[in-house]
Design a protein around this ligand. Structure first.
Ligand SMILES: [Zn+2]
Length: 328
């Protein structure tokens, strides 16, 4: 038995169990019939997990700034009303790639992240010192003492990590000016693309990484219960890169090991090889063989192209990510 962390409905039975390879903890998944949020018990985040670097994608966050903003970030610049300007706080800013774009759009940028190395990278790239290695709880106290308020607070792919989502949203709300905006994104629990890429052969969408899962309805309800107004939940398409990986897996199974092996041969570091795109390898290494990998990738895309057409109707309906924005 467990209480829904969003609406408080008592749910009797769990629907799935999962044993994390990270801490050998057994987690149970519950599904709320009232608000449609899914969550894992024990619902307790483990801060050390993020510092342990066991989760590969964080390793590159620590060392490099990614080169491109995500589709979910683009949704913000496309949808946020043009008259929304001023001071923007990004919770979970990582290497600052989104903040850099926000800075170009004229926002006064602030950021927080658990990770010290990412914060240093972000500060260097943005040329500002308003980025802190703090949790939201710590920053909340810091901001209260200085009477700091924000026009916009963004959190992309952050809400699904929370153990106490309503407490998280309450703090965000108190840091906003009157009529301030929140915006961000979560993975879509109803997407088969997401399921194929992040649940099969991966622990990315399981605890102690992600504790919560949101459908469009669940996300809307969560924001409503948190007291938001003018709520918009918009679907974001799967990035083209990942769409090709999805089709590749459908046809050939998981080729990640082969791909990582090839990249490691060329750049020498297996951890970096796992999370850097072939297109971005030139930023890390000057090896001549990178051109060969790029050629291989173009050949793969050419080969997969006819099969991608088969999945195009799915692409129109099955949306990968959910972008949200709302007024407080
Ligand atoms: Zn609920």
């Amino acid at each position: 038995m467990s209480d829904c962390p969003v609406c408080g409905t008592v749910v009797e039975a769990h629907t799935e169990t999962y044993v994390s390879p990270y801490n050998k903890q057994e987690y149970k998944k519950y599904e709320c019939p009232t608000c449609d949020v899914h969550w894992w018990e024990p619902l307790k985040i483990i801060p050390e997990f993020y510092e342990s670097e066991t989760f590969e994608s964080y390793v590159t966050f620590h060392e490099f700034q990614r080169l491109r903003i995500g589709e979910n970030h683009k949704a913000f610049f496309e949808n946020i009303p043009k008259d929304v300007k001023g001071r923007l706080l990004h919770v979970g800013c990582g290497d600052g790639v989104f903040l850099k774009e926000a800075q170009k759009h004229g926002f006064e940028v602030w950021g927080i992240d658990f990770d010290r190395k990412s914060v240093e990278t972000a500060k260097r790239h943005l040329g500002v010192d308003t980025i802190y290695a703090m949790s939201l709880e710590e920053f909340y106290e810091f901001a209260k003492e200085r009477n700091l308020k924000f026009d916009v607070i963004t959190f992309f792919e952050v809400l699904e990590h929370q153990g106490r989502p309503m407490e998280f949203l309450r703090m965000v709300k108190e840091l906003l000016k009157d009529s301030g905006y929140i915006a961000g994104s979560v993975p879509n629990n109803e997407s088969i693309f997401w399921e194929e890429l992040h649940r099969k052969n991966s622990w990315g969408d399981y605890p102690p990484h992600h504790f919560l899962r949101f459908s469009r309805k669940a996300l809307y309800n969560t924001l409503k219960i948190a007291g938001c107004q003018n709520i918009e939940v918009l679907p974001v398409e799967i990035p083209q890169q990942e769409f090709y990986v999805f089709v590749e897996r459908k046809l050939f199974g998981n080729l990640d090991r082969l791909k990582v092996w090839l990249k490691t041969k060329i750049i020498g570091d297996k951890r970096i090889a796992r999370s850097v795109l072939v297109e971005d390898l030139n930023n890390i290494s000057s090896s001549k063989s990178i051109a060969f990998l790029k050629f291989l990738k173009r050949m793969r895309n050419l080969l997969l192209y006819p099969f991608t057409l088969f999945y195009l109707p799915k692409l129109k309906t099955d949306r990968y990510n959910l972008y949200f924005q709302a007024k407080i």
